[in-house]
Design a protein around this ligand. Structure first.
Ligand SMILES: [Zn+2]
Length: 599
């Protein structure tokens, strides 16, 4: 339940929690200087790059860039939402969290609980049916080589063929109404005789659980004749297929450990993968990827490998959503399976070792994959074919955030098409991709909006390291630098955030982290990186004396140059326009300020 937790309570929970003690309860920490270090629990490594700061009450991994405050650590390691993590911390330190729940909210919550309970009972029922004597589902699993253990891990079940009211009878005997079963998508009502009948019968049942392991829906594979081959629960108040991944509770720990999620198309692929020891496999539930999938995956990993049968409709659907994952900074690679095979076929034939070989040899970066596809579709020799290939790749290139990645792909594309990179850039530009211009072509403008010159921006970055953790430093820089205090978009966002924190805020970074909106991962990362130095008060004062004047001098010089460029090279001030006269006055004021700085 997404109940609201008041800010004072959040602050109190944070204040009472000691991050070193908290994290030390999960992994062994070793003191190193001011900080504590450990092997990162979120990615596999041999030398510790995970660091916990008792001063700032934050953690950060230099290897996988995961970081945050105590609540973020609990979210990551337990796979919880922010309010869930806070509640967990609250009970640890004995803070009671008030419940503000409206009656409507309460009723919805009660119904939700009932639905969850209903699904749990249904899963138990199907599982018991699978275990009760010989049946088609058991025979099917044996034929596929699925062990009893894996069947148990995934709570696989059987919906009996012959009885159309088996589940209905079982659940109604426990007081659940037909209306509720219908709402849960487990029963339908016959228009002929007004009787309820089971939606799932004669099927192998795959319970779909959310990331906490609560069963929220079912998929059923037909075992004899019949349509459709796969029948899935409809969306309900507890199930949204765009926000769930099949197999996540079983695969979560392995995904974290490998820092990789293998995404397959179907239930059987995932089951087969686990059967063969590929434990980090999950399945999208036949939909294109959504931002919710991205957020869900980001809790476990930032790397995804797509393993679909390339010709399937599901693969097409999945590919449509890849940009969404990439925009959330998830690295996406695509595995090309042998023609006509799905992961289940491949694994049964070649096993885990064969799978690893396949992955190391045939998984492609998304751009390379699209390039191969485009080359297969168009004639890479003819001028029109080359044009078509570049056009097809333009959107994916535009969405590639890393400049290095983009540049090196363009170089590769040029080689493959036997043209110069400049030709590709020209084509990309024609395709409406303005940012594709190579760096040398970028005109240097003198507008006030331009970020500071390189050296000053480095100094400014340095200055922000102190400003985010020291109230005096922040206000001094704010006052002395004015608009030049924030140059990049992150700095501007951070400035707005800090100014909005209120008078009680004493520049405790751990608290600040709670105020960054969940979708602004970029700002969170920026802040975490700023926080990765330790600095004494004396150092801070020394730096404020030295850094602020440097940035200020740069800013003054830059403004001076701008004015210089805006003024005519010669001519009497009398012939100047009012705006030019104003600029001239500003220029004189700047000269005085510069002089004062030196003195
Ligand atoms: Zn890490």
């Amino acid at each position: 339940m997404a109940a609201f937790i008041p800010q004072e309570t959040i602050d109190e929970i944070m204040a009472r929690t000691d991050i070193v003690e908290l994290i030390g309860g999960y992994i062994p920490l070793v003191r190193r200087g001011k900080n504590h270090v450990a092997l990162c629990p979120f990615h596999s490594e041999d030398t510790p790059s995970f660091s916990v700061s008792p001063d700032k009450q934050i953690f950060y991994c230099f290897g996988c860039q995961k970081g945050g405050n105590a609540a973020h650590f609990v979210m990551e390691i337990e796979g919880l939402t922010f309010p869930e993590a806070l509640r967990k911390l609250a009970s640890r330190v004995g803070v009671s969290v008030p419940e503000y729940v409206s009656p409507a909210h309460k009723a919805a919550s009660a119904e939700r609980q009932t639905m969850l309970r209903l699904h749990e009972l249904a899963a138990d029922f199907f599982q018991a049916c699978l275990g009760a004597g010989d049946n088609q589902a058991g025979a099917y699993l044996r034929k596929r080589g699925i062990s009893a253990q894996v069947a148990r891990d995934f709570k696989l079940g059987y919906a009996p063929e012959e009885d159309w009211q088996a589940l209905y009878a079982h659940l109604s005997s426990q007081g659940y109404t037909g209306t509720l079963l219908e709402k849960a998508g487990l029963a339908g009502k016959s228009s002929k005789n007004d009787r309820y009948y089971d939606k799932f019968h004669g099927r192998l049942i795959f319970p779909i659980a959310d990331y906490r392991g609560q069963v929220v829906a079912f998929g059923g594979r037909v075992l004899g004749e019949g349509q459709p081959k796969y029948l899935n629960s409809t969306q309900t108040m507890i199930y949204n297929k765009s926000a769930n991944l099949y197999g996540l509770p079983q695969a979560g720990a392995a995904i974290r450990q490998a820092n990789l999620a293998v995404i397959m198309e179907g239930y059987i692929d995932v089951i087969s993968a686990h059967q063969h020891g590929v434990n980090n496999a999950v399945a999208s539930l036949g939909t294109a990827f959504t931002a919710e999938h991205g957020r869900l995956l980001r809790r476990y990993t930032e790397r995804v490998l797509l393993a679909y049968d390339g010709d399937s409709a599901g693969a097409k659907a999945a590919q449509r959503g890849l940009d969404i994952l990439r925009s959330q900074d998830i690295e996406v690679r695509i595995l090309v399976l042998p023609k006509g095979q799905d992961p289940d076929d491949f694994l049964r034939e070649q096993g885990h070792a064969g799978w690893d070989k396949l992955v190391s040899k045939y998984s492609y970066d998304i751009l390379d994959y699209l390039l191969e596809e485009a080359l297969a579709k168009h004639d890479g020799e003819s001028a029109s074919g080359k044009g078509a290939i570049v056009r097809e790749l333009t959107p994916a290139i535009a969405k590639t955030k890393s400049l290095v990645e983009r540049e090196s792909f363009i170089a590769k594309l040029a080689r493959r098409l036997a043209v110069s990179p400049a030709t590709i850039y020209a084509d990309l530009k024609k395709g409406g991709f303005a940012r594709a211009a190579p760096p040398a072509d970028v005109a240097v403008s003198n507008s006030l909006q331009q970020p500071l010159a390189a050296k000053a921006s480095e100094t400014l970055q340095q200055l922000w390291r102190f400003a985010v953790a020291d109230k005096d430093f922040f206000f001094r820089a704010r006052m002395e630098l004015g608009e030049y205090f924030a140059s990049t978009s992150e700095q501007k966002e951070l400035l707005a955030l800090l100014e909005g924190m209120g008078d009680d805020y004493n520049f405790q970074p751990a608290l600040l982290l709670n105020h960054i909106p969940a979708e602004n991962e970029g700002l969170r990362q920026y802040l975490l990186k700023l926080l990765q130095i330790n600095v004494s008060e004396a150092e801070s004062q020394k730096w404020s004396r030295e850094l602020i004047p440097i940035v200020r001098a740069e800013a003054l010089q830059r403004r001076n140059n701008e004015i210089q460029n805006a003024l005519p090279l010669s001519g009497e001030p009398d012939s100047f326009s009012p705006e030019q006269r104003r600029l001239l006055q500003e220029k004189q004021a700047l000269a005085e300020q510069k002089h004062a700085l030196k003195g």
